[in-house]
Design a protein around this ligand. Structure first.
Ligand SMILES: [Zn+2]
Length: 197
């Protein structure tokens, strides 16, 4: 969904149910039907209506209330259900022209597949499908990691849902590098993906 805040608020809020439960329930006067709705949501938005807010230049002419009105179109509960928040900076032209090619998709695909296989071998399902209880079993944290997560919960004001999602992401980051135990590096990276929370 490109330009996410341009979608009507009620359309965005309807996404909350399937993002959480992977099915959608449609109720009419005399019937209720449940359909599977397991999908990957990828959404993009600008930081403000003109798109230049905080980009290191002073091109943005939006007023603070305008910026707030724009970002407030995405509700907290919807943001909570989005696992990875990734800020993308505009690239200066010199950098765009001098950058070497990135890692090929085929190599990344192999790494993702390996990580997924590791998850299936361990628990017969991908990390994304672990329940809260299963998460506790599969994501045992050391003292330092537990402390970091508790601090982040307070500072970033994270919800219980965001807590679970952060653990799931940390588990997946550990799986991506083939490590059994979630450590501070994995956890810090996972917390770094909650920038909009
Ligand atoms: Zn602006």
């Amino acid at each position: 969904m490109d330009e996410l805040p341009e979608f009507p608020r009620q359309v965005l809020e309807v996404l909350r149910e399937p993002l959480e439960s992977r099915h959608i329930c449609i109720s009419r006067a005399n019937a209720q039907v449940t359909y599977p709705a397991d999908f990957l949501l990828v959404a993009a938005m600008n930081p403000c209506p003109c798109g230049y807010h905080n980009d290191g230049t002073n091109r943005c002419r939006c007023t603070p209330p305008q910026v707030e009105r724009y970002t407030n179109k995405i509700s907290g509960p919807l943001l909570d259900r989005i696992d990875l928040h990734v800020p993308v900076r505009a690239m200066p032209i010199e950098e765009l022209q001098s950058k070497p090619d990135g890692e090929p998709s085929a190599a990344i695909r192999a790494r993702v597949r390996e990580s997924r296989n590791r998850q299936l071998q361990r628990q017969a399902k991908p990390n994304s499908e672990l329940s809260g209880k299963e998460l506790k079993q599969r994501c045992e944290l050391g003292d330092a990691e537990r402390h970091l997560l508790a601090q982040a919960m307070q500072k970033l004001n994270l919800s219980a849902r965001a807590y679970d999602r952060t653990l799931r992401i940390a588990r997946t980051i550990a799986d991506m590098v083939g490590e059994e135990q979630i450590n501070m590096t994995h956890l810090s990276e996972a917390l770094g993906y909650r920038t909009l929370s």
